[in-house]
Design a binder for this molecule. Sequence first.
Ligand SMILES: Cc1cc2ncn([C@H]3O[C@H](COP(=O)(O)O)[C@@H](O)[C@H]3O)c2cc1C
Ligand SMILES: O=C(O)c1cccnc1
Length: 354
Amino acid sequence: MKKTPLHVVEDTIARIEPLNQEAIQAAEDHLNALTKPPGSLGKLEAIARQAAGITGELAADLTGRAVIVMAGDHGVCEEGVSAFPQEVTPQMVMNFLSGGAAVNVLARQTGTHLFCVDIGVAAELTHDSLLSRKVRPGTGNIAREAAMSREEALQAIAVGIELVHELADRGYRMFATGEMGIGNTTASAAICVALVGMTADEAVGLGTGINEERRRHKVEIVQRALDTNQPSAADPIDVLAKVGGLEIAGLVGVILGSAARRRLVVIDGFISTAAALVAARLAPEAIPYMIGSHLSHEQGHSKLLAAVGLSPMIHMDMRLGEGTGAVLGFHFIDAALHIMREMATFESAGVSKG
Ligand SMILES: Cc1cc2ncn([C@H]3O[C@H](COP(=O)(O)O)[C@@H](O)[C@H]3O)c2cc1C
Ligand SMILES: O=C(O)c1cccnc1
């Protein structure tokens, strides 16, 4: 009998193990034997320790890597919350599939395979490389109704989990989260208000580039979404279903699945971090498998990252999404692993210790 989405989610969470402390200690000992003052490579050292704790290896080969771009539409677009129309979502999906989006370029530079999933685009899409896993064609308008049912939220999480299992079985060892969905900074801001306790004004940013007047309107819409739906802060799936998004739910699954399969998962910007927060609230044991990539220019990202317990690797003033920041972050993970593999030790180089 096929497992229900609820079982898939529960089994996945139950499988998440703590990091390998012995491997972390071995990485720490190796880092301290290298020709540098202890700790002087900062976050590169933290990444090396984390990668060791996840993989159980001193310097794992993480060349098999994928960015998973979940695409879904948002009913709340009818409230005028984005600078761009909803049709851009399917149009960008086709752009990902033909290799022309920013994330494609950055993925190619880091040897990353891109998988694009239609988990909820409000248009019929067919393409040989598109993973068609539509749970429903777009969410409900959260200013008036729930984004989706609880069952649909669980189904979308299960889509992400099952994809990670499939890719992990095919040899992928590291994942990046990516998304496309016009209107999804509104849903992400609503998640921040519901789960972090930020005010709508703190959580709402400019998204694709609205002006301050439209941002004020977006704040009101987010507040209305919370007043209408009354999500329960104690129940992350309730929050996801009532004010979230299908692509956000899919990414919750990607993150939980990565943790269950002991894969490092690099979290992109504001929207991906909203998914990371839901995953963290469902399964705090998944947090050690996550790495924050960059600090998005989107207002609220810094508080959101802190709520998950992540510290971004880079500050590039980016505010695009798609997985761009996460894939860029792969360069730094590669840098950390090269240090582990190639640097001389005090002993091998004949350098005196302090
Ligand atoms: C051409 C284009 C490409 C994008 N790639 C990612 N996003 C980003 O912008 C959207 C969120 O912003 P908002 O909530 O303001 O709509 C998401 O689709 C996100 O991935 C894009 C947006 C546009 C216009
Ligand atoms: O940080 C992000 O992910 C982001 C910010 C603005 C618009 N789209 C994505």
